[in-house]
Design a protein around this ligand. Structure first.
Ligand SMILES: CC(C)(COP(=O)(O)OP(=O)(O)OC[C@H]1O[C@@H](n2cnc3c(N)ncnc32)[C@H](O)[C@@H]1OP(=O)(O)O)[C@@H](O)C(=O)NCCC(=O)NCCS
Length: 162
C-alpha cells in the first residue's frame, strides 16, 4: 500500500467513526448538558431549560453526533418549507473539538438535505471557528442582522451556494 492509499484508508476510518443519531424526548437531559458547554459564549445562543429543549426537539430534527459510540455533540435543522432547510444548531463538546467532528457531521447532514434549494443559518460575526467551517462548505454571508435574538448581539445570515 502506498502512502496515498494509506492516508485515504485512515481518512475513511475516521469518517466511519462519526455517526448522527436522532434524538427523542428521552434525550432532553443529555441535550441540556451539551448546550450548557456553550453557556459562557456570547457568540452562541443556546437552549438552557427543559422547556426550551422540548420545543426544540418538537420543531427541529435534532441529532447527537457520536464518535465511536460516545456522544460528542449535537446538530439540527428545521424545515421551513418544501425548498428551505435552516441549520438551527451545532455544538461539539470542548473535549471533542478540533478533531474534524463538526466537519464530518455537516457533511452527513448536507447529504440528507441535498434536495433543498435553500439551506441557510445564522452565526455570530466573532465566531471565527464556525464561520471558517461554514465557508469551507460553500456558505456565503448574505446579511448582518443586529440584535438577532434580542440579547443585543448581531448575527450574520449565511446561505449555501450550490
Ligand atoms: C464551531 C464548532 C462546532 C466547531 O467544531 P469542531 O468539531 O471543533 O470543528 P472541526 O474540528 O470539524 O473543524 C472544522 C473546521 O472548522 C474550523 N475551525 C474549527 N475550530 C476552529 C478554531 N478554533 N479556530 C479556527 N477555525 C476553526 C476550521 O476551518 C476547521 O477546519 P481545519 O481543522 O481543517 O482547519 C465548535 O467549536 C463548537 O461547538 N463551538 C461552540 C458552539 C458554536 O459556536 N456552534 C456554532 C454555532 S453557529
Amino acid at each position: 500500500m502506498n502512502k496515498e492509499q494509506y492516508n485515504s484508508q485512515q481518512e475513511n476510518k475516521k469518517e466511519s467513526n462519526v455517526e448522527l443519531q436522532k434524538t427523542t424526548l428521552k434525550d432532553i437531559q443529555t441535550l441540556l448538558d451539551i448546550e450548557k458547554t456553550t453557556r459562557e459564549l456570547k457568540t452562541y445562543s443556546g437552549y438552557f431549560t427543559e422547556e426550551e429543549i422540548k420545543d426544540y426537539i418538537s420543531s427541529d430534527v435534532v441529532y447527537f453526533i457520536t464518535k465511536e459510540g460516545k456522544i460528542a455533540g449535537s446538530i439540527s435543522y428545521e424545515i421551513k418549507d418544501t425548498n428551505h432547510a435552516y441549520l438551527s444548531g451545532l455544538v461539539i463538546r470542548p473535549e471533542f473539538q478540533r478533531q474534524g467532528l463538526a466537519k464530518q457531521a455537516l457533511g452527513k447532514l448536507f447529504e440528507e438535505l441535498k434536495g433543498y434549494e435553500l439551506v441557510d443559518l445564522v452565526v455570530h460575526p466573532e465566531n471565527s471557528s464556525a464561520l471558517n467551517l461554514y465557508k469551507s462548505f460553500g456558505f456565503v454571508v448574505k446579511e448582518r442582522i443586529e440584535n438577532y435574538y434580542g440579547d443585543g448581539e448581531p448575527r450574520l445570515r449565511m446561505v449555501l451556494e450550490k
